[in-house]
Design a protein around this ligand. Structure first.
Ligand SMILES: NC(=O)C1=CN([C@@H]2O[C@H](COP(=O)(O)OP(=O)(O)OC[C@H]3O[C@@H](n4cnc5c(N)ncnc54)[C@H](OP(=O)(O)O)[C@@H]3O)[C@@H](O)[C@H]2O)C=CC1
Ligand SMILES: O=C(O)C1=N[C@H](C(=O)O)C[C@H](O)C1
Length: 270
């Protein structure tokens, strides 16, 4: 079977460079394009040299349309606005769009449903196997414990992270809400400050810490009467996300158009 031709968007970013390395190491995948914003100093550089895996002959470009031409899929870890634009191009080209970007508004998320009528879209706030397994455990524990166990989600990331709570924290919050049979939108406590009064019964709380070079730490706490259960995940290396994203693209190549998540890719659906 022919190799899957993949384009990396945000090629000079923290995730973009790791994605290029992982594509380089993955049988069945080949780097076909690398996109950055038009005024980036990375434009014109060889994507492989920038990522530290040797010359690839693929130059980083600001022209997304030409990069996508002839490709089978795009791996997109950029910003919400850029991912929305790329979803239109990917849908027009009928190529697999793997979206790792986080921090979307509800309206932006609805837009991906329209794109998924024409192309395979795989979106997840966390592409790692470990976090998606953790989410399954959180759903189970939340469904087992009664409402006397308060659910709090704590995350810590590097100082450059642009959004909070993290996409992973929200994914874990959705899993907890699903386990409890409630809507996260109606029960999320995303920030607390000042004279808040007692905790609202049934809330799922979020706390975000930022500092240093932390790749991504998440903890889900079930605080009950006289005991606490804590489930956690620590990302030590961004390659866990990049490997998941490349796996998602390869998986998506033979699927029908639709909106999928890593739960589908990893076969974790109930
Ligand atoms: N789902 C998951 O498993 C994971 C998700 N993420 C998410 O991925 C996203 C990116 O994270 P990270 O790599 O750390 O961030 P970076 O800021 O390091 O990378 C984003 C890159 O996208 C570039 N960019 C900006 N505009 C465009 C454009 N129009 N076309 C192409 N590229 C563009 C940026 O350039 P410039 O700097 O010049 O603006 C930057 O190089 C975040 O939303 C993060 O939360 C991260 C890790 C795992
Ligand atoms: O911005 C990051 O770095 C990360 N973003 C994702 C998130 O928002 O959860 C995934 C991972 O935790 C790293």
């Amino acid at each position: 079977m022919s190799e899957m031709r993949l384009v990396v968007a945000g090629a000079a970013g923290r995730m973009g460079r790791v994605l290029i390395q992982v594509i380089h190491e993955t049988p069945g995948a080949t780097l076909a394009g690398a996109i950055e914003q038009a005024d980036s100093i990375a434009i014109g550089q060889d994507a492989g040299l920038l990522a530290g895996c040797g010359q690839t002959g693929v130059e980083i470009t600001g022209d997304a349309l030409s990069a996508i031409a002839g490709a089978d899929g795009i791996l997109d870890f950029t910003s919400p606005e850029v991912s929305v634009e790329l979803s239109v191009l990917a849908a027009q080209a009928r190529i697999v769009h793997v979206i790792g970007t986080t921090g979307f508004t509800a309206a932006q998320l609805v837009g991906f449903e329209a794109a998924a009528r024409h192309a395979v879209v795989v979106r997840s706030g966390n592409m790692s196997l470990g976090v998606n397994l953790l989410a399954a455990l959180v759903e189970k524990v939340a469904g087992t414990l009664g409402s006397e166990y308060d659910i709090e989600i704590v995350e810590m990331h590097h100082r450059m992270k642009a959004d909070a709570p993290s996409g992973t924290a929200l994914l874990l919050g959705e899993a907890a809400a699903k386990g409890r049979g409630v809507s996260l939108d109606q029960h999320a406590a995303r920030a607390r400050d000042g004279r808040t009064g007692p905790r609202r019964a049934g809330d799922i709380g979020f706390a975000s810490l930022r500092g240093g070079t932390v790749v991504g730490d998440h903890k889900v706490i079930f605080a009950g009467p006289g005991e606490r259960i804590e489930l956690s995940h620590a990302a030590e290396d961004r390659s866990i996300f990049a490997r998941g994203a490349v796996q998602a693209a390869l998986w998506g190549k033979s699927r029908k158009p639709g909106l999928y998540s890593m739960v589908d890719v990893l076969g974790l659906a109930d």
